[in-house]
Design a protein around this ligand. Structure first.
Ligand code: ZN
Length: 291
């Protein structure tokens, strides 16, 4: 994707040097880290092991946690590669701003710009504390997209979806959730919480965000290089947020639900790619089995 020397969004908060502070990263963050490395079995084993060590007095977990939070995260040096990624997401966010401002205006609506908060490891959000293990997400409460750049390494390695366009697609999907917030769709779906068919609404919401990511891709055609669309498709295929957030415990956030099959995600991304407009992204009116 051609992105160098292009406009960068100014709606980006760089929180990479901040830590959650006392108590913020807590045992949940620690367990999620373990969960990320070893899966759910790892979490259980760690919990049991921790309890045994604690009761036998070998380890004081309170001490462990305070050590972890008192000094804050050490200020890690920013590599040239990471700074490149940071500048890259600023350009992609700027693209989404231009595209959605124009598309909303075409429908007589004002597009309010979302904020992208780039963090490292842990972050406090309007939707509760979050850890990088949760993957990128959008918080409708504070209207911010949260991204830990290390996710992009994971996208390349674990999900075999390397490439800048795949990275851009992930961000465009999150911005798609912001579009849904502005259009009132997310609030309607949230209101369904507790209903037995809530998961179906969640899937419809996710597929619509994929459609909106496709709309962004349509308007970014001029910046495409060979293989870019395939990169995005591969990512759409490989990452259900469900796969990324399998280990998430406790907090209920939009991304902790089912996201539709890989085929569905690819299909709705392609629909958006072909249409390039808000219209055509109605994932709510058609029968669930026809998604
Ligand atoms: Zn999503």
């Amino acid at each position: 994707m051609l992105w160098r020397d292009r406009r960068e969004s100014s709606n980006v908060e760089d929180a990479r040097g901040e830590s959650l502070g006392r108590g913020g990263s807590g045992p949940l963050g620690l367990h999620m880290l373990i969960g990320r490395l070893f899966g759910i079995k790892g979490i259980l084993i760690a919990l049991v092991l921790g309890a045994v060590l604690w009761t036998t007095g070998i380890v004081n977990p309170g001490r462990l946690l305070s050590d972890r939070t008192n000094g804050g995260a050490p200020a890690a040096a920013v590599s040239a590669e990471e700074q490149d990624q940071f500048n890259f997401v600023k350009v992609v966010l700027a693209d989404t701003e231009d595209i959605w401002t124009a598309e909303f205006a075409r429908h007589g609506i004002k597009y309010e710009l979302p904020v992208l908060k780039v963090y490292r490891q842990g972050v406090r959000t309007g939707c509760g504390d979050a850890s990088a293990a949760m993957g990128p997400f959008y918080c409708p409460e504070d209207r911010k997209v949260y991204l830990d750049l290390s996710f992009y390494n994971e996208l390349a390695r674990t999900f075999h979806s390397p490439g800048d366009f795949a990275q851009a697609y992930v961000l465009a999907h999150e911005v798609g959730h912001h579009v849904q917030k502005l259009l009132g769709v997310s609030d309607k779906v949230s209101a369904m919480h507790g209903r037995p068919d809530y998961n179906e609404y969640s899937v419809r919401l996710e597929l619509q965000a994929d459609y909106y990511a496709g709309v962004w891709a349509n308007h970014s055609k001029q910046y495409l290089e060979r293989g870019d669309i395939e990169e995005a498709m591969r990512a759409a295929n490989a990452i259900g947020d469900d796969a990324i957030q399998r280990q998430m415990q406790g907090r209920v956030m939009p991304h902790s639900f089912t996201h539709g099959t890989s085929a569905q995600r690819t299909r709705w991304f392609t629909k958006g790619l072909n249409s390039g407009t808000l219209d055509g992204g109605d994932t709510f009116s058609i029968p669930y089995t026809s998604l």
